[in-house]
Ligand binder design. Structure first.
Ligand code: KIV
Ligand code: ZN
Length: 515
C-alpha cells in the first residue's frame, strides 16, 4: 500500500531567523534556500515581507532563485501584510501566503484586544484576500496550543470555507505535551466538518524540549505537513529540528504511515551551511548532525559495531550526508575536477568569474593544506561569497607576535576604499590584538557579540572556521572567515562582518558611512 506524503515546510529563513543574532542577508538566504531545494524540501518559508524592506527583498530573491520548492511569505491577517507578501512571492514558480492571527484567550484579550467574533472575521477576510494573490494559502491560529478547541473548530471551518488549503496548528509557546497535542490534531480533524478539504500542519516550539515529540505525535494523528528548521533554530528555544523529524519518520517506517520525499544525504551539508552563516554552533551530541552523532567511544560499542553495524546504529551516517572525510582534491587537481566536485556538493557558480575566484582560493589553500576535504570546499564558498558585498575593507596583511610572558601584539594592514592603512595594537591574546588593530584603523563603533571557532575537519592542519557577530544601532551581522591559521581566519571574519555592517548601513542610510 502506498504511503501518504509528509510535506516538509522549512522555516529556517523565517522563524529560524527570529533567533536573536541569526539575521541573514538576502544572498545568504538564497544560498540556504538553494540547499533546501536540492534536499527536496517541499515548502520554504523565506521570510516575513512586511517586517522590513530587507526581508521583502530577501523573499523576492529566494522566489526568483528557487524553482522546485514552493516559496512562502508570512503575513499577519492584515491587508498591508498580505499585499506585501503577495508581491514578494510573485516571481515564484509556486508561491504560498501564510497568514496568521492569534486565537488563545490570552492573546485575543491582552495582545490583540479583539473579540472572538472579530478574530474570525479578520481571519476569513485575510484568507480571501490572500487567495487573490495565490491559490495556495495557509492559515495559522497563533497560540493554538493554548486555544479553546471549540473556538479553533469554529475559526478553522470558516477559513477552510474561505479558501485556506493548509491549516497549520502552532504550539507557539511550546506548552503542550505529546499526547495532548496529538489528541488536539485528532479532535480538530474529526470535528471540523470540512477538515478533509485542507492539509493539517503543525508548528511546534521547543520551550520544554518537546517540539519534535509533539510534531511526531501530531503526524501519528493525521498531520501531513510539519513546519521545522535546520538544527532546530528559531525563536527562544527554537523550532522542531527538520533533521530529527525527517529521520524519525524515515527510520521508523514500521510506525508511520507516511514519509517525506527528502534527499536525506543533504542534511549534514544544510546543517553546516546554516550553522556557518548564522554562527549558531551545533552541539556535538545533537541528534543526526552533531559531530558525535555517529561516534562510538565505548569499547563494547566499538566491538559491537565492528561485528555488525546494526548492534548500535539505527541509521547509516552516509544516509544523512556524513562523509568519511575522504580526500577529494589536492593541489594537482584541475579546474574541471574542482567544478565537478563542487557540483556534486550542490554548489553552483553564478559566473565564470565567480568560479575562477573560488578556484584561485582553492589553489592557495591546497598549497598550505595538502588534503582538501568536502568540508574545506564548502568553507571556501562561504568565504568567497563575501566578495559579493563589494567589499570596502580588505585584509591585506596580518602579523602577530606571541611569546610566553609577553603581551601579544598585532600589526594589521587593511585596504579601505583603495587606500592602505596600517595599525599596531596589543591585546590579551593574538585575536584580541588583531581586532583592536583593525578597530584602530576603522573605528567602527561596533560591539563584538560573538566570537566562535570550529575546526572544519580533524587534525592540526585543519582549517579553522571563525564566526564573528557584530552589532551597531540595532543592526546585527555575522561574518565568517576560514584559514589554516585561526588568527588570520579571525581577522577575515571580523573584516567580513564589518563589510556586511557597512553594506547594511548603506542600504538604510545611503548618505552615511559606517566609519
Ligand atoms: O510560533 C508561531 O505561532 C508562529 C506562527 C507565525 C505560525 O511562528
Ligand atoms: Zn513559530
Amino acid at each position: 500500500m502506498s504511503k501518504d506524503k509528509l510535506i516538509i515546510f522549512d522555516t529556517t529563513l523565517r522563524d529560524g531567523e527570529q533567533s536573536p543574532g541569526a539575521s541573514m542577508t538576502a544572498e545568504e538566504k538564497v544560498r540556504i534556500a538553494k540547499a533546501l531545494e536540492k534536499m527536496k524540501v517541499d515548502v520554504i518559508e523565506a521570510g516575513f515581507p512586511i517586517a522590513s524592506n530587507g526581508d521583502f527583498e530577501a523573499v523576492k530573491a529566494v522566489a526568483e532563485a528557487v524553482k522546485d520548492s514552493t516559496i512562502c511569505g508570512l503575513a499577519r491577517a492584515k491587508q498591508i501584510d498580505i499585499e506585501r507578501a503577495g508581491e514578494a512571492i510573485r516571481p515564484a514558480n509556486s508561491g504560498r501566503i501564510h497568514t496568521f492571527i492569534a486565537t488563545s484567550p490570552i492573546h485575543m484579550e491582552q495582545k490583540l484586544r479583539l473579540s472572538p467574533d472579530q478574530v474570525v472575521e479578520q481571519a476569513v477576510a485575510a484568507v480571501k484576500m490572500a487567495r487573490q494573490f495565490t491559490d495556495d494559502v495557509e492559515f495559522s491560529p497563533e497560540d493554538a496550543g493554548r486555544s479553546e478547541p471549540d473556538f479553533l473548530c469554529r475559526i478553522l471551518e470558516a477559513v477552510i470555507d474561505a479558501g485556506a488549503g493548509t491549516i497549520n496548528i502552532p504550539d507557539t509557546v511550546g506548552y503542550n505535551l505529546p499526547h495532548q497535542f496529538g489528541a488536539l490534531i485528532a479532535e480538530l480533524r474529526e470535528r471540523i466538518p470540512n477538515a478533509d478539504k485542507a492539509v493539517f500542519s503543525v508548528h511546534c516550539h521547543n520551550d520544554l524540549g518537546l517540539a519534535v515529540a509533539n510534531s511526531l505525535s501530531a503526524v501519528l494523528n493525521g498531520a501531513r505537513q510539519v513546519e521545522c528548521t535546520i538544527n532546530g533554530l528559531g525563536e527562544r528555544a527554537g523550532n522542531a529540528a527538520l533533521e530529527e523529524i525527517v529521520m524519525a519518520v524515515r527510520t521508523r517506517q514500521d510506525v508511520f504511515d507516511c514519509d517525506t520525499g527528502l534527499d536525506t544525504t543533504q542534511i549534514v551539508h544544510c546543517s553546516r551551511l546554516v550553522s556557518g552563516i548564522t554562527g549558531f554552533a551545533v552541539q556535538p551530541n545533537k541528534a543526526i548532525v552533531g559531530a558525535n552523532a555517529f561516534a562510538h567511544e565505548s569499547g563494547i560499542h566499538q566491538d559491537g559495531v565492528l561485528k555488525s553495524r546494526e548492534t548500535y546504529e539505527i541509521m547509516r551516517a552516509q544516509d544523512v550526508g556524513w562523509s568519511t572525510n575522504k580526500l577529494v582534491l589536492g593541489k594537482h587537481s584541475g579546474r574541471n575536477a574542482f567544478k565537478t566536485r563542487m557540483a556534486e556538493l550542490g554548489i553552483e557558480f553564478g559566473s565564470e568569474e565567480e568560479l575562477n575566484e573560488v578556484f584561485a582560493r582553492f589553489k592557495t589553500l591546497a598549497d598550505k593544506k595538502h588534503e582538501i576535504f568536502d568540508e574545506d570546499l564548502q568553507a571556501l564558498v562561504t568565504e568567497t561569497s563575501s566578495e559579493h558585498y563589494n567589499e570596502i575593507v580588505k585584509l591585506v596583511s596580518l602579523r602577530v607576535c606571541c611569546e610566553t610572558g609577553e603581551t601579544p601584539n598585532a600589526r594589521v594592514t587593511l585596504n579601505v576604499e583603495g587606500e592602505e592603512k596600517t595599525a599596531e595594537a596589543a591585546g590579551s591574546g593574538p585575536v584580541d590584538a588583531s581586532f583592536k588593530a583593525i578597530e584602530q584603523i576603522v573605528d567602527s563603533g561596533v560591539e563584538l557579540q560573538l566570537y566562535s571557532v570550529n575546526n572544519i575537519t580533524s587534525g592540526t592542519d585543519s582549517q579553522g572556521e571563525v564566526t564573528v557577530r557584530l552589532a551597531k544601532n540595532g543592526c546585527i551581522v555575522n561574518g565568517q572567515g576560514a584559514d589554516t591559521d585561526i588568527v588570520i581566519a579571525s581577522a577575515k571574519a571580523y573584516v567580513n562582518a564589518l563589510n556586511k555592517m557597512i553594506a547594511d548601513e548603506k542600504r538604510t542610510h545611503p548618505q552615511r558611512g559606517v566609519m
